[in-house]
Design a protein around this ligand. Structure first.
Ligand code: OOG
Ligand code: NI
Length: 478
Protein backbone atom coordinates (compact mmCIF):
# COMPACT_ATOMS: atom_id res chain seq x y z
CA UNK A 1 0.00 0.00 0.00
CA UNK A 2 1.46 3.31 -1.08
CA UNK A 3 -1.13 5.62 0.37
CA UNK A 4 -0.38 5.33 4.08
CA UNK A 5 1.24 8.75 4.22
CA UNK A 6 -1.57 10.29 2.18
CA UNK A 7 -4.58 11.67 4.03
CA UNK A 8 -7.90 10.00 3.26
CA UNK A 9 -10.48 12.45 1.97
CA UNK A 10 -13.82 12.20 3.79
CA UNK A 11 -17.01 11.12 2.05
CA UNK A 12 -18.50 14.50 2.95
CA UNK A 13 -15.78 16.43 1.15
CA UNK A 14 -16.08 14.21 -1.94
CA UNK A 15 -19.87 14.61 -1.96
CA UNK A 16 -19.75 18.40 -1.55
CA UNK A 17 -17.19 18.73 -4.34
CA UNK A 18 -19.09 16.36 -6.57
CA UNK A 19 -22.36 18.23 -6.04
CA UNK A 20 -20.62 21.53 -6.86
CA UNK A 21 -18.98 20.04 -9.96
CA UNK A 22 -22.31 18.64 -11.14
CA UNK A 23 -23.96 22.01 -10.63
CA UNK A 24 -21.21 23.69 -12.62
CA UNK A 25 -21.60 21.19 -15.47
CA UNK A 26 -25.40 21.55 -15.54
CA UNK A 27 -25.11 25.33 -15.47
CA UNK A 28 -23.02 25.14 -18.64
CA UNK A 29 -25.36 22.60 -20.26
CA UNK A 30 -28.65 24.33 -19.30
CA UNK A 31 -28.14 28.10 -18.86
CA UNK A 32 -31.68 28.61 -17.52
CA UNK A 33 -30.66 26.51 -14.51
CA UNK A 34 -27.93 29.04 -13.72
CA UNK A 35 -30.45 31.88 -13.73
CA UNK A 36 -32.76 29.99 -11.38
CA UNK A 37 -29.89 29.33 -8.97
CA UNK A 38 -29.28 33.07 -8.78
CA UNK A 39 -32.98 33.79 -8.19
CA UNK A 40 -33.15 31.17 -5.45
CA UNK A 41 -30.14 32.69 -3.72
CA UNK A 42 -31.68 36.15 -3.82
CA UNK A 43 -34.97 34.92 -2.37
CA UNK A 44 -33.25 32.88 0.34
CA UNK A 45 -31.05 35.83 1.23
CA UNK A 46 -34.06 38.05 1.55
CA UNK A 47 -36.01 35.66 3.75
CA UNK A 48 -33.10 34.94 6.06
CA UNK A 49 -32.45 38.67 6.44
CA UNK A 50 -36.07 39.17 7.51
CA UNK A 51 -36.10 36.16 9.87
CA UNK A 52 -32.86 36.19 11.84
CA UNK A 53 -33.54 32.99 13.86
CA UNK A 54 -34.22 30.94 10.77
CA UNK A 55 -30.64 30.56 9.67
CA UNK A 56 -29.59 28.42 12.64
CA UNK A 57 -32.76 26.35 12.37
CA UNK A 58 -32.16 25.50 8.73
CA UNK A 59 -28.39 25.66 8.61
CA UNK A 60 -26.50 28.56 7.08
CA UNK A 61 -27.52 30.39 3.92
CA UNK A 62 -24.60 28.74 2.20
CA UNK A 63 -25.84 25.32 3.18
CA UNK A 64 -29.41 26.03 2.15
CA UNK A 65 -28.42 27.65 -1.12
CA UNK A 66 -25.87 24.93 -1.92
CA UNK A 67 -28.42 22.24 -1.24
CA UNK A 68 -29.82 20.33 -4.17
CA UNK A 69 -31.01 17.05 -5.59
CA UNK A 70 -30.64 15.57 -9.04
CA UNK A 71 -32.27 12.71 -10.93
CA UNK A 72 -31.10 9.97 -13.28
CA UNK A 73 -32.72 6.98 -14.97
CA UNK A 74 -30.78 3.74 -15.34
CA UNK A 75 -31.27 0.83 -17.70
CA UNK A 76 -30.02 -2.35 -16.02
CA UNK A 77 -29.51 -3.94 -12.59
CA UNK A 78 -25.75 -3.95 -13.21
CA UNK A 79 -25.79 -0.19 -13.82
CA UNK A 80 -27.76 0.33 -10.62
CA UNK A 81 -25.34 -1.73 -8.57
CA UNK A 82 -22.26 0.10 -9.77
CA UNK A 83 -24.05 3.41 -9.29
CA UNK A 84 -24.78 2.37 -5.70
CA UNK A 85 -21.04 1.86 -5.23
CA UNK A 86 -20.28 5.28 -6.68
CA UNK A 87 -22.77 6.89 -4.30
CA UNK A 88 -21.48 4.86 -1.33
CA UNK A 89 -18.06 6.50 -1.80
CA UNK A 90 -19.91 9.75 -1.03
CA UNK A 91 -21.84 8.22 1.93
CA UNK A 92 -25.09 8.26 -0.05
CA UNK A 93 -27.32 5.24 0.52
CA UNK A 94 -30.61 4.09 -1.04
CA UNK A 95 -33.59 5.26 1.01
CA UNK A 96 -37.18 4.35 0.16
CA UNK A 97 -38.94 2.65 -2.74
CA UNK A 98 -41.01 4.64 -5.25
CA UNK A 99 -43.39 2.85 -7.59
CA UNK A 100 -44.03 4.88 -10.75
CA UNK A 101 -46.03 2.19 -12.55
CA UNK A 102 -49.12 3.74 -10.91
CA UNK A 103 -48.48 6.75 -13.16
CA UNK A 104 -48.12 4.63 -16.32
CA UNK A 105 -44.31 4.85 -16.25
CA UNK A 106 -42.04 1.81 -16.70
CA UNK A 107 -39.66 2.67 -13.82
CA UNK A 108 -39.27 2.27 -10.10
CA UNK A 109 -36.92 4.32 -7.97
CA UNK A 110 -35.03 5.04 -4.80
CA UNK A 111 -33.23 8.11 -3.48
CA UNK A 112 -29.52 7.93 -2.75
CA UNK A 113 -28.77 10.34 0.08
CA UNK A 114 -26.72 10.82 3.23
CA UNK A 115 -28.42 9.24 6.25
CA UNK A 116 -26.36 10.47 9.14
CA UNK A 117 -27.18 13.78 10.90
CA UNK A 118 -23.66 15.15 10.59
CA UNK A 119 -23.45 14.12 6.93
CA UNK A 120 -26.81 15.75 6.17
CA UNK A 121 -25.84 18.93 7.97
CA UNK A 122 -22.57 19.07 6.04
CA UNK A 123 -24.07 18.51 2.60
CA UNK A 124 -27.41 16.80 1.93
CA UNK A 125 -26.92 16.14 -1.81
CA UNK A 126 -29.39 13.49 -3.05
CA UNK A 127 -30.03 11.73 -6.34
CA UNK A 128 -33.47 10.36 -7.23
CA UNK A 129 -32.50 7.23 -9.13
CA UNK A 130 -34.88 5.29 -11.34
CA UNK A 131 -34.46 1.89 -12.92
CA UNK A 132 -36.19 0.78 -16.11
CA UNK A 133 -38.71 -2.00 -15.54
CA UNK A 134 -38.40 -4.22 -18.57
CA UNK A 135 -40.78 -6.63 -16.81
CA UNK A 136 -43.62 -4.24 -17.66
CA UNK A 137 -42.83 -4.23 -21.38
CA UNK A 138 -44.08 -6.52 -24.11
CA UNK A 139 -41.67 -9.39 -24.73
CA UNK A 140 -40.36 -8.21 -28.11
CA UNK A 141 -39.72 -4.62 -26.92
CA UNK A 142 -38.26 -5.99 -23.71
CA UNK A 143 -35.73 -8.05 -25.66
CA UNK A 144 -34.78 -5.18 -27.96
CA UNK A 145 -34.35 -2.79 -25.03
CA UNK A 146 -32.22 -5.25 -23.06
CA UNK A 147 -30.06 -6.11 -26.09
CA UNK A 148 -29.36 -2.44 -26.68
CA UNK A 149 -28.61 -1.68 -23.03
CA UNK A 150 -26.24 -4.57 -22.51
CA UNK A 151 -23.92 -3.12 -25.16
CA UNK A 152 -23.21 0.13 -23.35
CA UNK A 153 -21.00 0.91 -20.38
CA UNK A 154 -22.07 4.10 -18.65
CA UNK A 155 -18.95 4.17 -16.45
CA UNK A 156 -15.46 5.07 -17.65
CA UNK A 157 -12.80 2.34 -17.31
CA UNK A 158 -10.85 4.63 -14.96
CA UNK A 159 -13.88 5.05 -12.70
CA UNK A 160 -14.19 1.28 -12.43
CA UNK A 161 -10.51 1.10 -11.51
CA UNK A 162 -10.92 3.81 -8.88
CA UNK A 163 -13.87 1.97 -7.36
CA UNK A 164 -11.63 -1.09 -7.02
CA UNK A 165 -8.96 1.02 -5.30
CA UNK A 166 -11.56 2.41 -2.96
CA UNK A 167 -12.69 -1.10 -2.04
CA UNK A 168 -9.11 -2.26 -1.45
CA UNK A 169 -7.85 0.80 0.40
CA UNK A 170 -11.05 1.83 2.15
CA UNK A 171 -10.72 5.43 0.94
CA UNK A 172 -9.19 7.96 -1.46
CA UNK A 173 -6.25 10.30 -1.13
CA UNK A 174 -6.70 13.82 -2.46
CA UNK A 175 -5.56 13.24 -6.04
CA UNK A 176 -7.69 10.11 -6.35
CA UNK A 177 -10.72 11.88 -4.89
CA UNK A 178 -10.43 14.63 -7.49
CA UNK A 179 -10.01 12.10 -10.24
CA UNK A 180 -13.01 10.15 -8.94
CA UNK A 181 -15.16 13.28 -9.13
CA UNK A 182 -14.04 14.02 -12.71
CA UNK A 183 -14.59 10.45 -13.87
CA UNK A 184 -17.94 9.98 -12.09
CA UNK A 185 -19.20 13.21 -13.62
CA UNK A 186 -18.75 11.69 -17.09
CA UNK A 187 -21.61 9.27 -16.39
CA UNK A 188 -24.01 12.20 -15.86
CA UNK A 189 -23.03 14.19 -18.95
CA UNK A 190 -25.43 15.03 -21.75
CA UNK A 191 -24.78 13.48 -25.19
CA UNK A 192 -26.53 15.12 -28.11
CA UNK A 193 -25.94 12.05 -30.28
CA UNK A 194 -28.12 9.01 -29.71
CA UNK A 195 -26.78 5.44 -29.94
CA UNK A 196 -29.58 4.17 -32.14
CA UNK A 197 -31.25 4.98 -35.46
CA UNK A 198 -34.17 7.33 -35.42
CA UNK A 199 -36.78 4.69 -36.27
CA UNK A 200 -35.84 2.64 -33.21
CA UNK A 201 -35.95 5.73 -30.99
CA UNK A 202 -39.44 6.51 -32.24
CA UNK A 203 -40.62 2.98 -31.71
CA UNK A 204 -39.53 3.10 -28.07
CA UNK A 205 -40.96 6.59 -27.67
CA UNK A 206 -44.38 5.38 -28.74
CA UNK A 207 -44.29 2.81 -25.92
CA UNK A 208 -43.14 5.39 -23.38
CA UNK A 209 -40.85 8.38 -23.61
CA UNK A 210 -38.87 7.30 -20.53
CA UNK A 211 -38.04 4.07 -22.31
CA UNK A 212 -36.57 6.03 -25.23
CA UNK A 213 -34.73 8.37 -22.86
CA UNK A 214 -33.13 5.47 -21.00
CA UNK A 215 -32.29 3.09 -23.84
CA UNK A 216 -31.21 5.35 -26.70
CA UNK A 217 -28.31 7.29 -25.17
CA UNK A 218 -24.77 6.61 -24.04
CA UNK A 219 -25.46 7.38 -20.42
CA UNK A 220 -28.05 8.46 -17.85
CA UNK A 221 -27.65 12.22 -18.35
CA UNK A 222 -28.64 14.16 -15.25
CA UNK A 223 -32.12 15.37 -16.11
CA UNK A 224 -32.52 18.11 -13.50
CA UNK A 225 -30.79 19.61 -10.51
CA UNK A 226 -33.03 21.14 -7.88
CA UNK A 227 -32.07 23.87 -5.42
CA UNK A 228 -33.86 24.43 -2.11
CA UNK A 229 -35.81 27.68 -1.84
CA UNK A 230 -37.43 29.21 1.24
CA UNK A 231 -40.50 30.59 -0.60
CA UNK A 232 -41.75 28.31 -3.34
CA UNK A 233 -44.76 30.43 -4.34
CA UNK A 234 -42.57 33.46 -4.87
CA UNK A 235 -40.27 31.58 -7.23
CA UNK A 236 -43.19 29.92 -9.01
CA UNK A 237 -44.68 33.36 -9.73
CA UNK A 238 -41.30 34.83 -10.67
CA UNK A 239 -40.80 32.00 -13.17
CA UNK A 240 -44.24 32.61 -14.67
CA UNK A 241 -43.51 36.34 -14.94
CA UNK A 242 -40.22 35.61 -16.68
CA UNK A 243 -42.20 33.70 -19.29
CA UNK A 244 -40.75 30.34 -18.24
CA UNK A 245 -43.19 27.52 -18.93
CA UNK A 246 -43.83 26.03 -15.46
CA UNK A 247 -45.95 23.05 -14.48
CA UNK A 248 -49.46 24.30 -13.65
CA UNK A 249 -49.40 23.56 -9.93
CA UNK A 250 -46.93 23.60 -7.06
CA UNK A 251 -46.70 19.92 -6.14
CA UNK A 252 -47.06 18.88 -2.50
CA UNK A 253 -49.04 20.13 0.51
CA UNK A 254 -50.81 23.52 0.50
CA UNK A 255 -48.89 26.75 1.02
CA UNK A 256 -49.33 27.12 4.78
CA UNK A 257 -49.00 23.48 5.75
CA UNK A 258 -45.33 23.16 6.80
CA UNK A 259 -44.74 19.49 6.08
CA UNK A 260 -42.75 17.35 3.66
CA UNK A 261 -41.85 18.84 0.32
CA UNK A 262 -43.22 21.36 -2.19
CA UNK A 263 -41.93 21.47 -5.75
CA UNK A 264 -42.33 23.43 -8.95
CA UNK A 265 -40.55 22.98 -12.24
CA UNK A 266 -40.09 24.33 -15.73
CA UNK A 267 -40.93 21.96 -18.50
CA UNK A 268 -38.34 19.92 -20.30
CA UNK A 269 -36.48 21.58 -23.13
CA UNK A 270 -37.04 20.19 -26.61
CA UNK A 271 -33.42 19.62 -27.58
CA UNK A 272 -31.82 18.87 -30.91
CA UNK A 273 -30.23 15.45 -31.16
CA UNK A 274 -28.63 13.35 -33.91
CA UNK A 275 -29.22 9.71 -34.73
CA UNK A 276 -26.62 7.48 -36.39
CA UNK A 277 -28.26 5.76 -39.35
CA UNK A 278 -27.55 2.32 -40.75
CA UNK A 279 -26.27 3.74 -44.06
CA UNK A 280 -23.42 5.43 -42.17
CA UNK A 281 -25.04 8.87 -42.27
CA UNK A 282 -27.05 10.57 -39.57
CA UNK A 283 -30.45 12.17 -39.08
CA UNK A 284 -31.79 14.87 -36.82
CA UNK A 285 -34.51 14.90 -34.20
CA UNK A 286 -35.65 16.40 -30.93
CA UNK A 287 -35.67 14.97 -27.45
CA UNK A 288 -37.32 16.08 -24.20
CA UNK A 289 -35.48 15.06 -21.07
CA UNK A 290 -33.89 17.90 -19.20
CA UNK A 291 -35.81 20.34 -17.10
CA UNK A 292 -35.47 22.58 -14.04
CA UNK A 293 -37.07 22.18 -10.66
CA UNK A 294 -37.10 24.10 -7.37
CA UNK A 295 -38.20 22.77 -4.01
CA UNK A 296 -39.05 23.75 -0.48
CA UNK A 297 -38.37 21.28 2.32
CA UNK A 298 -40.17 21.28 5.63
CA UNK A 299 -40.97 19.01 8.59
CA UNK A 300 -40.72 15.21 8.24
CA UNK A 301 -43.92 13.51 9.43
CA UNK A 302 -44.79 10.23 11.16
CA UNK A 303 -46.49 7.33 9.35
CA UNK A 304 -50.05 8.30 10.38
CA UNK A 305 -49.62 11.87 9.11
CA UNK A 306 -48.04 10.57 5.93
CA UNK A 307 -50.96 8.19 5.31
CA UNK A 308 -53.33 11.12 5.80
CA UNK A 309 -51.30 13.28 3.41
CA UNK A 310 -51.39 10.54 0.76
CA UNK A 311 -55.15 10.14 1.13
CA UNK A 312 -55.84 13.88 0.90
CA UNK A 313 -53.54 14.47 -2.06
CA UNK A 314 -55.25 11.62 -3.94
CA UNK A 315 -58.57 13.35 -3.27
CA UNK A 316 -57.19 16.66 -4.52
CA UNK A 317 -55.90 15.06 -7.68
CA UNK A 318 -59.18 13.31 -8.37
CA UNK A 319 -61.16 16.51 -8.05
CA UNK A 320 -58.62 18.61 -9.95
CA UNK A 321 -58.43 16.07 -12.78
CA UNK A 322 -62.20 16.31 -13.15
CA UNK A 323 -61.98 20.07 -13.38
CA UNK A 324 -59.17 19.89 -15.92
CA UNK A 325 -61.27 17.64 -18.12
CA UNK A 326 -64.36 19.84 -17.91
CA UNK A 327 -62.93 23.34 -17.83
CA UNK A 328 -59.50 23.01 -19.40
CA UNK A 329 -55.88 23.68 -18.50
CA UNK A 330 -56.07 27.41 -17.71
CA UNK A 331 -58.95 26.96 -15.28
CA UNK A 332 -57.15 24.01 -13.69
CA UNK A 333 -54.06 26.16 -13.14
CA UNK A 334 -56.17 28.93 -11.62
CA UNK A 335 -58.27 26.79 -9.29
CA UNK A 336 -55.82 24.12 -8.19
CA UNK A 337 -54.42 26.00 -5.12
CA UNK A 338 -57.93 26.58 -3.74
CA UNK A 339 -58.91 22.91 -4.15
CA UNK A 340 -55.71 21.85 -2.42
CA UNK A 341 -56.25 24.32 0.40
CA UNK A 342 -59.90 23.35 0.96
CA UNK A 343 -59.35 19.60 1.07
CA UNK A 344 -56.39 19.90 3.45
CA UNK A 345 -58.12 22.46 5.71
CA UNK A 346 -60.95 19.97 6.11
CA UNK A 347 -58.76 16.93 6.59
CA UNK A 348 -55.33 17.82 7.99
CA UNK A 349 -55.16 18.79 11.68
CA UNK A 350 -51.79 20.57 11.97
CA UNK A 351 -50.85 23.90 10.32
CA UNK A 352 -47.72 24.94 12.18
CA UNK A 353 -44.80 23.28 13.92
CA UNK A 354 -46.39 23.58 17.39
CA UNK A 355 -49.49 21.78 16.18
CA UNK A 356 -47.42 19.10 14.47
CA UNK A 357 -45.66 18.51 17.77
CA UNK A 358 -48.80 18.56 19.91
CA UNK A 359 -50.68 16.22 17.59
CA UNK A 360 -47.62 13.92 17.51
CA UNK A 361 -47.54 14.12 13.72
CA UNK A 362 -44.06 15.52 13.06
CA UNK A 363 -40.50 14.45 13.87
CA UNK A 364 -38.50 16.90 15.95
CA UNK A 365 -34.99 17.43 17.17
CA UNK A 366 -34.51 18.45 20.82
CA UNK A 367 -31.64 20.23 22.50
CA UNK A 368 -31.20 21.27 26.11
CA UNK A 369 -30.30 24.95 26.20
CA UNK A 370 -27.21 26.24 27.97
CA UNK A 371 -27.70 28.38 31.10
CA UNK A 372 -26.30 31.40 29.17
CA UNK A 373 -29.16 31.05 26.70
CA UNK A 374 -31.66 31.60 29.53
CA UNK A 375 -30.10 34.44 31.54
CA UNK A 376 -31.83 35.18 34.84
CA UNK A 377 -33.77 31.91 34.84
CA UNK A 378 -33.29 29.28 37.51
CA UNK A 379 -32.11 25.85 36.45
CA UNK A 380 -35.10 23.59 35.93
CA UNK A 381 -35.08 20.84 38.54
CA UNK A 382 -36.64 17.73 37.11
CA UNK A 383 -38.34 15.03 39.15
CA UNK A 384 -36.54 11.82 38.21
CA UNK A 385 -39.68 9.78 38.84
CA UNK A 386 -41.69 11.48 36.12
CA UNK A 387 -42.29 10.15 32.64
CA UNK A 388 -39.80 11.34 30.04
CA UNK A 389 -42.64 12.68 27.93
CA UNK A 390 -43.94 14.91 30.71
CA UNK A 391 -40.44 16.20 31.44
CA UNK A 392 -40.05 17.05 27.81
CA UNK A 393 -43.35 18.90 27.63
CA UNK A 394 -42.55 20.98 30.72
CA UNK A 395 -39.04 21.87 29.59
CA UNK A 396 -40.24 22.85 26.13
CA UNK A 397 -42.86 25.12 27.67
CA UNK A 398 -40.45 26.72 30.13
CA UNK A 399 -38.01 27.40 27.29
CA UNK A 400 -35.22 25.06 28.41
CA UNK A 401 -35.49 22.79 25.44
CA UNK A 402 -35.10 24.06 21.90
CA UNK A 403 -37.34 22.07 19.60
CA UNK A 404 -36.74 22.21 15.83
CA UNK A 405 -38.50 20.27 13.07
CA UNK A 406 -36.47 17.54 11.40
CA UNK A 407 -36.22 18.36 7.70
CA UNK A 408 -37.87 15.95 5.27
CA UNK A 409 -34.99 14.53 3.21
CA UNK A 410 -36.94 12.30 0.82
CA UNK A 411 -39.39 12.54 -2.09
CA UNK A 412 -43.12 12.14 -2.71
CA UNK A 413 -44.29 9.55 -5.22
CA UNK A 414 -47.35 11.54 -6.34
CA UNK A 415 -45.26 14.69 -6.84
CA UNK A 416 -42.58 12.70 -8.63
CA UNK A 417 -45.20 11.17 -10.92
CA UNK A 418 -46.53 14.67 -11.68
CA UNK A 419 -43.04 15.90 -12.48
CA UNK A 420 -42.18 12.88 -14.62
CA UNK A 421 -45.44 13.18 -16.51
CA UNK A 422 -45.24 16.90 -17.20
CA UNK A 423 -42.00 16.20 -19.02
CA UNK A 424 -43.06 13.38 -21.29
CA UNK A 425 -42.91 13.85 -25.02
CA UNK A 426 -46.39 14.45 -26.45
CA UNK A 427 -45.99 11.30 -28.55
CA UNK A 428 -45.36 9.11 -25.51
CA UNK A 429 -47.51 6.08 -24.75
CA UNK A 430 -48.26 4.84 -21.22
CA UNK A 431 -47.71 1.49 -19.49
CA UNK A 432 -50.93 -0.25 -18.51
CA UNK A 433 -49.81 -2.47 -15.63
CA UNK A 434 -49.89 -0.88 -12.18
CA UNK A 435 -47.80 -3.03 -9.92
CA UNK A 436 -45.13 -2.10 -7.39
CA UNK A 437 -42.32 -4.62 -7.06
CA UNK A 438 -39.91 -3.63 -4.33
CA UNK A 439 -38.40 -7.11 -4.19
CA UNK A 440 -37.45 -6.91 -7.86
CA UNK A 441 -35.88 -3.50 -7.27
CA UNK A 442 -33.90 -4.69 -4.26
CA UNK A 443 -32.67 -7.75 -6.16
CA UNK A 444 -31.41 -5.43 -8.89
CA UNK A 445 -29.80 -3.14 -6.32
CA UNK A 446 -28.23 -6.05 -4.44
CA UNK A 447 -29.38 -4.70 -1.07
CA UNK A 448 -32.59 -3.64 0.66
CA UNK A 449 -33.53 0.04 0.58
CA UNK A 450 -33.55 1.83 3.94
CA UNK A 451 -36.75 2.87 5.68
CA UNK A 452 -36.99 6.66 5.94
CA UNK A 453 -39.39 6.63 8.91
CA UNK A 454 -36.87 4.58 10.88
CA UNK A 455 -34.14 7.13 10.06
CA UNK A 456 -36.22 10.10 11.25
CA UNK A 457 -37.32 8.26 14.40
CA UNK A 458 -33.72 7.37 15.18
CA UNK A 459 -32.66 10.99 14.83
CA UNK A 460 -35.47 12.15 17.14
CA UNK A 461 -34.70 9.48 19.76
CA UNK A 462 -30.98 10.22 19.68
CA UNK A 463 -31.62 13.90 20.39
CA UNK A 464 -33.94 13.01 23.31
CA UNK A 465 -31.39 10.64 24.79
CA UNK A 466 -28.82 13.42 24.55
CA UNK A 467 -31.18 15.82 26.38
CA UNK A 468 -31.66 13.28 29.20
CA UNK A 469 -27.91 12.78 29.49
CA UNK A 470 -27.32 16.53 29.62
CA UNK A 471 -29.97 16.95 32.32
CA UNK A 472 -28.33 14.27 34.44
CA UNK A 473 -24.89 15.65 33.70
CA UNK A 474 -25.79 19.11 34.96
CA UNK A 475 -27.35 17.67 38.11
CA UNK A 476 -30.80 18.93 37.18
CA UNK A 477 -32.52 15.63 37.91
CA UNK A 478 -33.57 15.00 41.49
C1 OOG B 1 -37.37 12.11 -11.61
C2 OOG B 1 -38.61 12.84 -11.20
C3 OOG B 1 -38.80 12.84 -9.69
C4 OOG B 1 -38.68 14.58 -7.83
O1 OOG B 1 -38.14 15.60 -7.38
O2 OOG B 1 -39.74 14.13 -7.35
C5 OOG B 1 -38.06 13.90 -8.98
C6 OOG B 1 -37.13 12.04 -13.09
O3 OOG B 1 -37.80 12.72 -13.87
O4 OOG B 1 -36.22 11.27 -13.46
O5 OOG B 1 -36.97 14.27 -9.27
NI1 NI C 1 -36.68 16.32 -8.66
Amino acid sequence: MTTTSQKTVSALVIRAKFSAAMSEMYRREVPLYGRLIELVREINNDILRQNPGLETELGSLDRVSEERHGAIRLGTPAELRTMAEVFAVMAMYPVGYYDLSVAGLPVHSTAFRPIDQAELAGNPFRVFTSLLRTDLLETSIQREAEDTLVKRDIFTPRLRELLRHHRDQGGFGEAEADEFIREALETFRWHATARVPRAFYEKLLSVNSLLADIVCFRGPHINHLTPRVLDIYRIHQTMEKMGIETIPEVQGPPQHCPILLKQTSFKALNEEIRFPEEDGGSSEGKHRARFGEIELRDCAVKPAARALYDKLIAEVNREAAGLRKEAGEAEYRRQYPAILERIFREGFPAWNHDELWREKLGYFHFRLKETEENPGKNAPIVDGGRQAEEVLETLCESGWIARTPITYEDFLPVSAAGIFKSNLDGRSGAIQTEEPNQTLFEEALGQPVLDSFALYAKEETASLTQVMWNLADRGWVR
